[in-house]
Design a protein around this ligand. Structure first.
Ligand code: ZN
Length: 310
């Protein structure tokens, strides 16, 4: 079902001064699973559309149907690194099953709202990795916007946004899951804002029967490759612990997480994320007792199938 939306799927205070272009109608995809791979199917009439899950955008003059699934960057990492590139968005395998596209815009998680002193022309370093029949090529892009890269021609196949830089500012997501243990155990994933990584984490946590505690993502940009420390405001380290205390913000297929353990949890507390280099508070959210102290479900099967969060 399509719905109108004034702005993009996400916000970022760091680049809020940059313009966002046009009105895109957000469309919810139909999701099915084939061989453990989630396939997202979309359909639209003439107009400009954005997929609610991935942020993929397209424009068409007549009715189209398309589908995509996420692919792993791992087979291409070595060649990317040897050329000084890093992945800056999901690698997506897109197919058109009916109709023709006028435009295709791939999502990216780079933030262009801060000055990059080491690389002032960072926006010009954006490219797209194109994989077709085992041939890999690096393509120039038509246009770079806050959250997207427009490619020409709008042909479909396996493509993902890349950036030629050692590090850069990125939009991020903090995913928090509660484990099914007697004591309070949380797993907090700080990841680049990449729907493919979110999908991986959600699938992994669903298998463990965890429950997601929904919290807002960091509202300012963070630096890829920097170290971030997570702390709780619990009174003593004897009752609570975070392991590891610090993690590098990285784009990896199986994201690392902070494990937060609180022995006798019966209170509200905060989770604070700090940048190690500048010791700045980058994200802070309260975890209330009411959020994590839920009654155990009667049917264990239901607990194994928590709702997938959008
Ligand atoms: Zn931004």
């Amino acid at each position: 079902m399509a719905m109108s939306k004034p702005d993009t799927l996400m916000e970022c205070l760091t680049c809020s001064h940059l313009k966002t272009a046009g009105n895109w109608i957000v469309v919810e995809p139909i999701v099915s699973t084939e061989n453990d791979i989630s396939i997202y199917r979309l359909e639209s009439n003439a107009g400009c559309y954005e997929c609610k899950v991935s942020g993929l955008r397209w424009a068409c003059k007549k009715k189209v149907t398309l589908q995509y699934h996420f692919r792993s960057w791992d087979p291409h990492k070595t060649v990317l690194q040897s050329m000084g590139y890093r992945q800056a968005g999901p690698l997506m395998d897109v197919k058109i099953t009916a109709g023709r596209l006028e435009e295709l815009h791939l999502p990216h998680f780079a933030c262009f709202g801060v000055e990059h002193h080491n690389n002032p022309s960072i926006k010009q370093s954006v490219r797209v990795l194109h994989v077709e029949d085992n041939n890999v090529s690096i393509e120039k892009v038509d246009k770079v916007t806050r959250f997207h890269v427009k490619i020409l021609p709008p042909s479909v196949s396996m493509r993902g946004v890349i950036l030629q830089a050692l590090g850069f500012s990125v939009h991020t997501e903090m995913l928090i899951y509660q484990d099914r243990t007697a004591h309070l155990t949380l797993r907090a994933y700080l990841i680049p804002y990449d729907p493919a990584l979110t999908e991986t984490v959600e699938k992994q946590e669903k298998r463990l029967g965890s429950t997601r505690i929904l919290k807002p993502r960091p509202e300012n940009t963070l630096w890829l490759t920097a170290d971030y420390k997570l702390k709780t405001t619990c009174p003593s380290d004897i009752e609570s612990s975070v392991n590891p205390k610090r993690l590098e913000l990285a784009h990896i297929n199986l994201p690392h997480y902070y494990k937060v353990f609180i022995k006798e949890a019966a209170f509200d507390f905060r989770l604070n994320l700090c940048c190690m280099g500048r010791k700045q508070l980058k994200w802070s959210q309260e975890i209330q007792e009411a959020e994590y102290r839920k009654p155990p479900p009667d049917n264990p099967d239901q607990q194994n199938q928590p709702d997938v969060e959008g």
